[in-house]
Design a protein around this ligand. Sequence first.
Ligand code: ASP
Length: 436
Amino acid sequence: MKLHNKILLGLVLGAACGVGAHFLAKDAGWLAWFNNNVANPVGQVFLRMLLMVVVPLVFASITLGVAGLGDLRRVGRVGARTISYFFLSTALSAALGLTLVNLVKPGAGMDPETRQELYAAYQSDAAGLQARAEVGFGIRTFVNIVPRNPVEAAANMDMLGVIFFALMCGAALTLIPEQRARPMIQVLESLGDIVIKIIDFAMKLAPYGVFGLIFYTTSRFGWDVLRQLGLYVVVVVLGLFIHATVGLSALVSIFGRLNPLVFWRKARASVITAFSTSSSNATLPTNIAVAEQELRIPSQIAGFVLPLGATMNMNGTSLYEGVTVLFLAQVFGVDLNLGQQLIVVLLSVLMAIGAAGVPGGSLPLIMIVLATVGVPPESIAIILGVDRILDMCRTTLNVSGDLTAAVYVARVEAGWKPEMAVAGEGTPPPLRSAAS
Ligand code: ASP
């Protein structure tokens, strides 16, 4: 059986067994034992194998990407195109979410008793998030992108800091004499190859890791909460589904000239990894492998666009933020006029850029948007019970959105052609496929 089919099997079996175990034996001792000693540890080992390579991968691929693009003006142009595309797709996604939430109004009918019940159950989790939300958004946000110490940025998984340092290293490599730059480039190329090999090892574990992660989540998930928040969940999932099947598919076909069916078929490994890990960072290694080996995107483009995307481009998160803010405004009877809703779209895009690519990374930032438009930030407690399941869905879209950006930038900047993805030809992959 091909590896991606095995991973898919892990996902389906994990979900089916997890949901089954929840309904048959929610409080049984063996289930807790199995979760603590088998499912979660196996899932965590897989997750950590992927996370372990993120910092070296981002550093090597961005530095090489910038150095490979050669001239700094070209780097600027590729960067500008990439970031403009991020803005366009994220704003489209947030606007779609807002339109749906205005049409369906999932928050208008919630009775005060349910509201109170949910609020009381998740209040303490919300208080924990509040502390992280107090950082705010302002000029310091931009200053903080420049790390004081790159090793500290790496140790804290401050990806914007690592990216900034890598951009500077790549730029500097293009400006020093070639014979001085070459040894460093060779070291980074080796590092890149080593990382791909480690991802290969991790992907061997993927079917079991994915099973463990999904089983652990679904068997412990509060399915009752889903009923109370049903309409809200439907709006988020429907929005994400429409953005994937219509929005991203249209973007990949218009900007990348690639048949969306081919795109989604090739993107399978990324979609499954994102869904089971709920983390753009953890999915980055798989996403780079998929871009290079399935879509045959040149490595300097994939290595530049995808790490930036994992941190800055979150289509699913921006839609989710817009829907959540409006939903909570409806629950609390706060009327937001068109101008305020446009502010929510803008803030959702900005916050999606600022959100960390980790599970629940966007939650503290949603609290900032809530406070800005006059909805009590602690009200986020109401939706925390269903966050994990929605996180799985929105991360899938975040990661697929990054791939569509890579397709577009590769086509206009690196002579990549859709036929290369279809025929599986083009730039020779750096190493054997980790994703197929
Ligand atoms: N989990 C998301 C990601 O990693 C971020 C979020 O929306 O919480 O892309």
